[in-house]
Design a protein around this ligand. Structure first.
Ligand SMILES: NC(=O)c1ccc[n+]([C@@H]2O[C@H](COP(=O)([O-])OP(=O)(O)OC[C@H]3O[C@@H](n4cnc5c(N)ncnc54)[C@H](O)[C@@H]3O)[C@@H](O)[C@H]2O)c1
Length: 435
């Protein structure tokens, strides 16, 4: 029975820990945030992630999953220790902030007993696994351990499924002993014939950044094409479909919208640009991707302003969706955090609804927005309604009812969910991205 300790109980640590327990392994999830651990012990999830609660409760009751604020005795007894702490952008310069990773590494070092594999699951710059090795070696010269890199590709909103049925598992390892232990850990996935990509440490670290950056490239690319569609009378939805059916291109991440956000793409693209710099190179494509994404958010502000007749001053704007994508409560780097404050500064009254993000949004935009759980309540009295995040709840809005409660008849579909004809039939002016 493999014993695992996972450091960090965020979106990645908690989902990984719960799923490893579901594989049958013995897992302790450790976090320095005692509030998080206390609520997890009571079966209360600290994040919104569909399906997570039932996996956590099932495995806790089965005795395979437990939670602790203490590294001891769990790290001491573990065969494998995962580092799954946050690696946010460092304030001011865009480098990945590795403070939490290195803190976790030195604390792990003090508890190692017997052979242990320490695995970076956090997204970290090239060279971090070797630094983690040095930190542990210095802190505990006697320790018997290897360091490996196992980047995580799960998506918030479908994290459990992504973890249980990944497209691939990437393992950066040096030495047979660590490789064998990690292969055994992921053995339950062999049944599903999940491809294993076994590489060196640097390669595994770079695969993660290159993957996220490539998806960000696709998004900025289609957003730029969408803007060209608006000038030329083309329809970006049909352009995406026409492109995506080509199997060399693929249909995913070709949806025009208000720009990418979230806890990963913005910080990871920035961090990869810094990795280029540190190696005497310029990540030219990525710098363009960042510029396009920033200007896409500004374009959305202009689009809303124009739809309101040239100024938002004194107007009421209602937003549906605040999180960076549906099925998560994660507000990190959400386009809403750029678009809404800009309109508030311009004198707009903002009302907003979101199925899971209001609690986080209230912390980040206190006082300037009125929040509602019901979309029609949010829309009441609004001069314009903006669909910002394509939650399922907002995919079949009753435009007749909206027309009754709203002051204006302006609908901005920033996710291209609706057929323009359906919206226009109810007397609304319809705006989209690239159609
Ligand atoms: N969120 C995603 O969708 C996703 C997907 C793939 C990869 N990643 C990467 O995974 C990593 C974690 O992301 P996340 O979104 O789960 O982060 P998160 O911010 O949700 O959670 C991090 C947790 O680590 C805890 N922590 C920090 N330092 C600690 C320490 N020294 N000891 C114990 N606990 C500590 C924090 O209290 C927090 O609960 C990041 O590198 C991220 O880039 C995230």
């Amino acid at each position: 029975m493999i014993k695992i300790a996972v450091i960090g109980t965020g979106y990645v640590g908690l989902v990984s820990g719960a799923c490893f327990a579901e594989f049958g392994w013995n897992v302790t999830c450790i976090d320095k945030n005692s509030e998080r651990i206390e609520s997890l012990k009571k079966g209360i999830m600290p994040i919104y992630e569909p399906g997570l609660e039932s996996v956590v409760i099932k495995n806790t009751l089965a005795g395979r999953l437990s939670f602790s604020v203490d590294y001891a005795p769990h790290v001491d007894n573990a065969d494998i220790v995962f580092i799954a702490v946050g690696t946010p952008s460092r304030r001011g310069d865009g480098y990945a902030d590795l403070t939490y990773v290195y803190q976790a590494a030195s604390e792990i070092a003090r508890h190692l007993k017997g052979y242990t594999v320490i695995v970076d699951k956090s997204t970290v710059p090239v060279g971090t696994a070797r630094n983690v090795y040095q930190i542990i070696r210095k802190e505990n010269p006697e320790a018997d351990f290897d360091v490996a890199s196992n980047p995580e590709f799960l998506r918030e909103g479908s994290a459990i499924d992504d973890f249980m049925r990944p497209d691939r598992v990437v393992l950066g390892v040096e030495g047979k002993r660590a490789e064998e232990m990690l292969r055994e850990l992921y053995r339950p996935l062999y049944l599903l014939e999940t491809p294993m990509v076994i590489t060196g440490l640097e390669t595994a670290e770079l695969i993660k950044y290159a993957s996220n950056a490539f998806l960000a490239v696709k998004i900025s690319f289609i957003n730029e094409i969408a803007n060209l569609c608006e000038r030329t009378g083309a329809d970006v939805k049909d352009v995406s479909r026409g492109m995506g059916l080509d199997r060399r291109i693929g249909p995913k991440f070709l949806h025009a919208g208000p720009g990418y956000g979230g806890s990963c793409f913005p910080k990871d693209v920035n961090a990869l640009v810094k990795i280029f710099h540190d190696n005497g190179m310029t990540g030219r494509i990525l710098e363009a991707v960042i510029n396009v994404n920033n200007s896409q958010k500004s374009l959305m502000i202009g689009k809303i302003r124009n739809a309101l007749g040239g100024s938002e001053y004194g107007k009421t704007v209602a937003f549906l969706g605040l999180t960076f994508k549906p099925e998560t409560d994660d507000m990190r780097e959400s386009p809403s955090l750029t678009i809404i404050p800009a309109l508030v500064n311009g004198g707009a009254y903002v009302r907003a609804a979101d199925p899971a993000g209001i609690k986080e949004a209230e912390k980040l935009m206190p006082g300037e927005v009125r929040y509602f759980s019901d979309p029609y309540e949010a829309a009441a009295g609004a001069d314009a309604l903006v669909l910002l995040t394509e939650w399922n709840q907002y995919r079949a809005l009753d435009f007749r009812k909206l027309a009754e409660v709203m002051n204006g008849r302006v609908f901005l579909d920033l996710r291209n969910v609706y057929s323009p004809a359906v919206v226009k039939a109810e007397g609304f002016t319809y705006y989209s991205v690239g159609r």
